[in-house]
Design a protein around this ligand. Sequence first.
Ligand SMILES: Nc1ncnc2c1ncn2[C@@H]1O[C@H](COP(=O)(O)OP(=O)(O)O)[C@@H](O)[C@H]1O
Ligand SMILES: [Mg+2]
Length: 319
Amino acid sequence: MSRETVRKSIESKHEDEQKNSTLNSVKEVLEKKYEVEIYKADESLMLKLKENRPDLVFNLSSGIVGESRQSQVPAILEMLQIPYTGSGILTHSLALHKGIAKKIFMQNQVPTPRFQLFKSFEQPLDKNLKFPLIVKPSMEGSGIGVHKDSLVYNEEEFYKVLKNRLELYEQSILVEEFIEGREFTVGILGNEPDIMVLPIMEISFDRVPEDLGKFYTFETKTKMGHLTDYICPAKVSVELEEKIKSVALRAYKALECRDISRVDVRVREDKPYVLEINTLPGLKKGYSDLPKMAEIAGLKYDKLIDVIIKSAAKRYGLI
Ligand SMILES: Nc1ncnc2c1ncn2[C@@H]1O[C@H](COP(=O)(O)OP(=O)(O)O)[C@@H](O)[C@H]1O
Ligand SMILES: [Mg+2]
């Protein structure tokens, strides 16, 4: 089975449902002010866009296939010089590759767990990495490839999981130190000088039974969402809040994100570590993290969509 087949078969119906629902709610908001047309990201996209030349595209596409998938629609739009919301080609690709994103974080003083990338089963494990470690496919999202057994406590367990993931996902596998501690996610909107960091959200695994793993596995994200608590604004000291927001913002700037992103952070002994940055964060109304955080900040869904559009339009000098 190819990687894409695996990805598609693992991506549950659940995820398709999320995407459709997001599309409909964004469309509903935009239709109040603009003439709206939906474009499907497929091989005919370029010709359709070329024919219609929309003034601006609200990009919700995570792409079609392969490791550059999130950049495919932005690439077509750039080729046709059609303005679009969100990050550019380079940023989406770098952010999708967690290992490369981490190398850039490290160069920009963004704390991130120590890690190693594995392309083969024969590579020796870096002795500087301290167990427990977590094993993740380097270019997936939504918890794909993150399961209870991803958390490993010794070399034997590690190589067993590594072998399985290399075979299953056919891409480099990221191994990093597991940060035992609280988990947060941080929404960021806009561009310099108008960047807005939304109130931070804690994702609490307190009610998840120990044997399912106290972290965000694919299973916790999809089937056992009812066991996870989302607390926004997170109950943290002012100092910790500032530290979390500051590393998240640094990550956003390091990858040159635009208009919108969401940064996943874990905190150990009051020190935040950036796990990854999501350049196409979920926007499902009343459901996804970022719209919830925006609402706490006083931005109802309509306003959030408006802020994203305005932020993009401003970059292109359209307003
Ligand atoms: N280094 C780590 N330390 C602690 N938990 C981690 C670490 N890496 C991942 N996790 C857990 O796994 C989840 C999914 O990992 P993440 O890197 O965010 O991938 P995804 O793209 O699937 O969201 C995180 O939300 C977190 O709960
Ligand atoms: Mg994540």
